[in-house]
Design a protein. Structure first.
Length: 362
């Protein structure tokens, strides 16, 4: 067997971990040797009582290998191994690159990318910010890497998809098992204009320990990591740790000091992460990325608005507000406010948030 085939074969065996393949490679030197090696050598490499060694010896058959290839082909899953020229260069440079990536769609290649992560149980503000930054980054041709989880991951992917930009979802399960299941439709859309990938073989369940492991791939594929919302013990901070080890730029969105979901991001800023208030803060730190295409100044926007629309726009520019707050701020009656807000939404100048609040888009 060729080296890439051995990597794929080993990765297809349930329960064979990254560390087990690493031990085998260190022991044999050339991983191809394992296919013809004595069984006792495999036990020697992994330990005499190793369950992994038992599985490898028992499944070292042409029949099993052909079934593995047939399963991948039937599921229309592509593979790239660390031995292949097409393997992502950024990922190859990390300390522990996955031996195999199973994927559908198009790998990110050498395009600039930002990893976007954050709380699963995100606030309306966090969800809005994730979609906003994903759209503005993809406006600049920058891809979004995230993990398809609920909350910030989901909104980051959605922002990119809705903007017809590139996004890649890194799963903590086989790519035939979308997690959470509610994101199955989103995953289908992602792989049409981006990529869904995993180091776990088809059928692998989304086990708890898989997610910290997949986080190193999110940061590894990214030129920088943006944390939108994170509590003090958020799993997103694991991605940050990997990013720091890999020499990646870390960005964090500041949040309300009384909000538990912002304690992690605010601490990151205190500890040296770059504070982000607009997309230009990210672009300034990326090679070749300095500014967005001109979308017009605030004066240009206001010239496009009626006096009443401009009053609402200026009010929302200061802070997001709900309908009642806008009524007290602008003194415009509720019926007229609803009409004007709809007009501003259709023009693309404001966004409706959860809880019937509104905020400006730029």
């Amino acid at each position: 067997m060729e080296k890439r085939e051995v990597y794929i074969w080993l990765s297809s065996i349930q329960g064979i971990s990254y560390s087990a393949i690493h031990k085998l490679e260190n022991y044999f030197g050339d991983i191809e040797k394992i296919w013809e090696a004595e069984g006792r050598e495999i036990y020697q490499a992994l330990g005499k009582r190793s369950k992994s060694a038992v599985k490898i010896v028992n499944l070292r058959t042409k029949e099993y290998w052909h079934k593995t290839k047939d399963k991948l082909s039937a599921s229309k899953v592509q593979t790239v191994t660390v031995a292949d020229r097409e393997y992502p260069e950024k990922l190859k440079k990390i300390y522990d690159p996955p031996f195999v990536l199973f994927y559908r769609g198009a790998l990110p290649g050498d395009r600039l990318t930002i990893g976007m992560v954050g709380a699963r149980n995100a606030t309306p503000y966090g969800k809005w910010a994730a979609k906003k930054f994903a759209k503005e980054l993809t406006d600049r041709g920058i891809g979004i890497i995230s993990g398809l989880a609920l909350g910030i991951d989901t909104e980051s992917h959605r922002g990119a998809v809705e903007n017809q930009g590139y996004t890649a979802a890194v799963l903590g399960s086989g790519i035939d098992i979308p997690y959470p299941p509610s994101n199955h439709g989103l995953m289908e859309n992602i792989q049409k204009q981006g990529c869904v990938l995993s180091e776990f073989f088809l059928g692998e369940e989304p086990l708890k320990h898989h997610f910290p492991q997949r986080n190193r791939i999110i940061s590894g594929l990214s030129d920088g990591v943006l944390v939108i919302e994170a509590g003090e013990k958020s799993g997103s901070l694991i991605t940050v740790e990997y990013g720091l080890e890999q020499g990646k730029e870390i960005f964090a969105l500041p949040g309300n000091i009384n909000c538990e979901k912002s304690r992690g991001t605010n601490r990151l800023i205190r500890d040296g992460a770059k504070i982000i208030t607009e997309v230009e803060d990210i672009l300034a730190e990326l090679p070749g990325g300095t500014e967005l295409p001109d979308k017009g100044t605030e004066a240009d926007i206001l010239r496009d608005l009626s006096d009443a629309e401009a009053l609402i726009y200026r009010s929302l520019k200061r802070t997001p507000m709900d309908l009642d707050s806008l009524f007290y701020q602008t003194k415009i009656d509720i019926q007229s406010l609803n009409i004007l807000l709809t007009s501003l939404e259709l023009k693309g100048y404001i966004t409706r948030l959860a809880g019937k609040s509104f905020t400006v888009n730029r």
